[in-house]
Design a protein around this ligand. Sequence first.
Ligand SMILES: Nc1ncnc2c1ncn2[C@@H]1O[C@H](COP(=O)(O)OP(=O)(O)O)[C@@H](O)[C@H]1O
Ligand SMILES: [Mg+2]
Length: 151
Amino acid sequence: MRYITKKASETFELGFEFGKTLEKGSVVALTGELGTGKTVFTKGIAKALGIKDYIHVNSASFVILQEYKGKIPLYHFDLYRMKKPRDVETVGCEEYFYSKGISVVEWADRAAEILPEEHIAVEFKHKGDNKREIIVNAKRKSQNAKPKRKT
Ligand SMILES: Nc1ncnc2c1ncn2[C@@H]1O[C@H](COP(=O)(O)OP(=O)(O)O)[C@@H](O)[C@H]1O
Ligand SMILES: [Mg+2]
């Protein structure tokens, strides 16, 4: 699914509507350059999950995981500072990805190797000034693929 938004509030609303469709255990992988709206979209998701503090969902400067309590817990990752896949593994993201909460991962390309195969990819692109292109693409487990999870 492909969307165009023309201001931040439209991206927020899109995140809100999208958030309502999420189920326990969903993993949402956000990719796109700085300032394309990943965090704005995540705020919308947080509101949909009944997180009262959704307005304070931000890209933290030092923490890479922020946890919010809602109807379903939200784990908001920002992997901007992660350089090597090894760094990501050290953080223990997988514990969260395979939990009952909802994981939303900014800069998910930096965790590509440990992302569950079944996830929803959301790609953000600048289209000039306040215009953004947002592409939502659900990736389901392919039947003959080996499970990625380590046991
Ligand atoms: N259509 C739009 N969608 C989302 N953000 C927009 C849009 N137009 C302008 N903006 C602005 O762009 C910035 C997006 O910031 P943010 O969500 O933090 O990006 P990211 O998390 O991808 O780095 C905000 O300052 C927001 O106000
Ligand atoms: Mg951000």
